[in-house]
Design a protein around this ligand. Sequence first.
Ligand code: SF4
Length: 301
Amino acid sequence: MRKILQETFLEMIRRAATDLPPDVEGAIRRASKAEERGSTAAGALGILLENVAMARAESRPMCQDTGTNTWWIHHPVDVTAGTVKAAVLWATRRAVRLGYLRPNAVDSVTGENSGDNTGVGQPVIHLEQRARAGMAVDVLLKGGGCENVSGQAALPDFSIGAGRDLDGVRKAVLKIVDFAQGRGCAPGVIGVCVGGDRVTGYELAKQQLLRPLTDRSPDRVLARLERTLLKESNELEIGPMGFGGKTTILAVKAVKAHRLPASFFVTVSYSCWSLRRAHVRIARGKPTFSDTSFLLKAGGR
Ligand code: SF4
């Protein structure tokens, strides 16, 4: 099992780093057609698509920032957490040696680079044991520039007239998108968590980035919020890389979590256009790769 996990996780990293998922590429392609022909926005999106094709053809990373290596792994009782973590660390180090990942993990006090993309809290591994046989695994390579423009609001926010209601949520999310002004390499995809605490808000918002861009929340209220936020984000006309244009955000994915009556957090996990993810199910020692998560249902966790 150890060898299967190591090789499967390595292949997941390679796919995520070098092969943009078809739903994300399709959204960029549609956006480039929607922008005015000859505009800077259309040109920027065209360059992104060329870059995606080159990375795929050469199996090279799409971006010099290969992102924070973040895993969600559901494993059966007979595969220990230690075995799974060791396989992730092996795959990460090997991916650096093969050039799929850049050595990006630095000591936060000394600035020293660990050289192999591992360190305290790196990679990020979320483990959950399940009663069923087999494993389901998602990996997300989350860029640092877009992590910088992710944000969290505590409602009410009187500076924008945002109360503790859905309209307040809408205003808080738009404030975060507006603040980014194309930084974090727009067009982006945003995961939104309504409620939770400060930690679960970020966790659940980031997890929404695993959802296909074409799905919508099964919760009608959240589905409407996703549509409204997508439309109003793009009406800001910040555009690709902040050059202006119709495409600031490619998709919005929202989820909700219970909260204490005393707090109302709204959390946005902002992903750049380079939304790098890979998914696999391992059954009877055989991996099956997929373009979409085996675990994450729309709007769920
Ligand atoms: S935000 Fe994304 S596209 Fe921009 S530099 Fe970072 S990883 Fe690359």
